[in-house]
Design a protein around this ligand. Sequence first.
Ligand code: BES
Ligand code: ZN
Ligand code: ZN
Length: 489
Amino acid sequence: MLIIKSGNPLKQKTDAIVLPVFEKKGQYKEAALNEIVDSALKMPEFSGKASEDMVIYEPKGAEAKRAILTGLGKVSDVTETTLRQMAGRVIKKAIGMKLKKVVFVLPDAKGLKAGREGAARAILEGAFLGNYIFDKYQSKKEKKTVEQIELFLEISPDAALKKLPETVEAAGKGTFFTRELVSDPSNTKRPDQFVERLKSAFEETGLNFSWLEKDELEELGCGAILAVAQGSSVPPYLAFAEYTPKTYEKTILLVGKGVTFDAGGLDLKTAAGMLDMKCDMAGAATVAGAMKAISQLKPDVRVIGVMPIVENMPSGTAYRPGDILNTYIGKTVEIGNTDAEGRLILADALAYAEERWEPDMVIDLATLTGACVMALGEKIAGVFSFNKKLADQIVKAGDVTGDRCWAMPMPADYKKLLKSEFADMNNMASSRYGGAITAALFLSEFVKTKNWAHIDIAGPAYQMKPEDYCAPGGTGFGVRLLCEFISNL
Ligand code: BES
Ligand code: ZN
Ligand code: ZN
């Protein structure tokens, strides 16, 4: 739980008071706080450099049992990202120390690029996001999350600051929902189970949740979704979560790839390539997490979450290389590779949803290509759009939330790489290179609106190494980005 307070932090009875420290003396208004900080800065092991921490027990003049001093480096270098990382790191340390209540003191905002509100938001976000443990499959639950996190300001919070805990928690809980769905193993989230999970999660949100089943997809002619799913013993679903405010002018579609396990199909992946493929539904999970957050943030645009959900498996009934299938809009696709399944299910989902809801804008998210990870590494998502302004808006929203994105080119002449001898298109490009771009160009054939962007999250959706405010597993990348983006519309 997050709380913002003002007054004297020294008076707080708490397990720990957290004092962010710059590389300079006399940075707090309270003399007693300065005394604690300045005496620590005299020690050789602590200079306030970024990511240095020091614990002082029973600090002088404070009711807190401990003071955790945490370095931020030079004031001029501190950004929202530094603050978010600091808070996440401290909360993880607090979890390790078994603390129940932690009080952060907001550092003096003067000279901070983030400003007071930005700094407060970043600290609350980092602390909230860092306070997450995924241990549901471990018999021994050794760690417990911190029960109460407070942020102390020297002045009473204005209306904008007062609202922060609620908005940070809403987007944070959406992020946790996404993380959990992505981290869960594929034997617990096969398409039928996944839809059931979404259904019960959306029950409490007031959103309208519905889905199409295999026979309905057959009637509609969603040949691409059906083809990908046909190797699995579980049928496909196309699920929708609708947020409709009382009055609205614009409708935005969020579409997410939901491959609950990607074995590659008959073009089977290698053992190493398959290992993390439980994460291949991260696009759908991101859409689900964002919809959950949106149900609380209540923006004044209509938002429709669209989630095609399938398992891509090899078997006697699996679709084959060389097969030609008919998509929802009637374009035929020859299968060059059964492992390029994400673009197929998205093709039908995008086309069907665009026809049904006539949106003003469409954004899809997908762990679509290994090529995007090659291009941008594991921490940065690729944004693909013919609308440069839209791409820039997404990149900007990501800069604010710390979900880093990079706008990629959409060269029309690369479309010829998707030519097929026998069908309208091939799902696999004829070149080994530029695979993230050709995948995006494939999708573009199934969307009409110019206000469409595709975000390839194959790199940042999942991680095996811990980060400051995120444990190994699903990261929830994109949920806060979408919330930020939509709040700016
Ligand atoms: N799910 C994978 C992409 C992926 C790779 C996600 C690594 C997360 C981490 C996707 O379905 C896939 O297999 N893409 C192929 C496309 C190729 C066959 C044209 C790829 O990237 O190799
Ligand atoms: Zn694949
Ligand atoms: Zn995939």
